[in-house]
Ligand binder design. Structure first.
Ligand code: PEP
Length: 251
């Protein structure tokens, strides 16, 4: 069954005490509330175990924002998928455009990360999206198709069924520019078609495809009203409960 998901991506923000306070505030705000989507918060590695222990993880899933492309060993400073899973986190954001751009994460590296995440029981939230020049050149469809194919299409049907996709046009991330709901719907429907052609209609229909890029309390309802937009990956607006909660409640 396709799930609606609102996932926060805190990026490199909040110290541990600040992050813990934010997570606890969200936990308290959701207590006793019925919401119509799964809620996830993506925190820095340093916060995962503390946050997971402090909140009701049945209500709020915890995500890492990355994991290593190696299983274990002499990779100083890296954090493996097994380590992430051992904190109580259930998700990992992979392929975020900031990781692709600043840390040179290639399709091949991401493919390995996805495999390791799945092998360790984590749900990858796999990000795809075009840069502005690609959108302006009308290449956004082929760009996202290639990103999906090159990192995910060696997965078995069963494993692909565990992936959450996040379409994030790079020109909309942190810029205050949002894709219109029609632009989001158009490309989400295309992504679902690409998935259906490889894995079949059922898998494609069950796949949650989130929109990310300056999603906020004012535009979330309109974006989430589209049939192929199954929620959001939220950066800036996930850093305050006053901004994040209305997005959750947009469902
Ligand atoms: C993101 O980084 O995934 C994101 C969507 O950021 P923002 O909401 O700040 O544009």
């Amino acid at each position: 069954m396709r799930k609606n998901i609102v996932a926060g991506n805190w990026k490199m923000n909040t110290t541990l005490p600040e992050g813990l306070a934010l997570a606890k505030e969200l936990d308290a705000a959701l207590k006793g509330k019925t919401v119509n989507c799964d809620v996830v918060i993506g925190t820095p590695f340093t916060h995962l175990a503390t946050v997971a222990a402090a909140i009701d993880t049945a209500k709020i899933g915890v995500a890492a924002e990355n994991c290593a492309d190696q299983d274990k060993g002499a990779y100083t400073g890296e954090v493996s998928a097994a380590m992430v899973a051992s904190t109580g986190a259930k998700y990992v954001i992979l392929g975020h455009s900031e990781r692709r751009a600043y840390y040179h994460e290639t399709a091949e590296i991401l493919k390995t990360k996805v495999t390791l995440a799945l092998a360790n029981g984590l749900t990858p939230i796999f990000c795809i999206g075009e840069v502005l020049e690609e959108r302006e050149a009308g290449k956004h469809f082929e760009v996202v198709e290639e990103q999906i194919k090159s990192s995910l299409f060696d997965l078995s049907v069963e494993d692909f069924g565990k992936i959450v996709l996040a379409y994030e046009p790079v020109w909309a991330i942190g810029t205050g520019k949002t894709a219109t709901s029609d632009q989001a719907q158009e490309i989400h429907a295309y992504i679902r078609k690409v998935v259906a052609a490889k894995y079949g209609e059922t898998v494609a229909n069950d796949c949650s495809i989130l929109y990310g890029g300056s999603c906020n309390a004012s535009n979330a309802k309109e974006l989430f009203s589209k049939p192929d937009v199954d929620g959001g990956l939220i950066g800036g607006a996930s850093l305050g409960v006053d901004k994040f909660l209305p997005i959750i409640e947009a469902f």
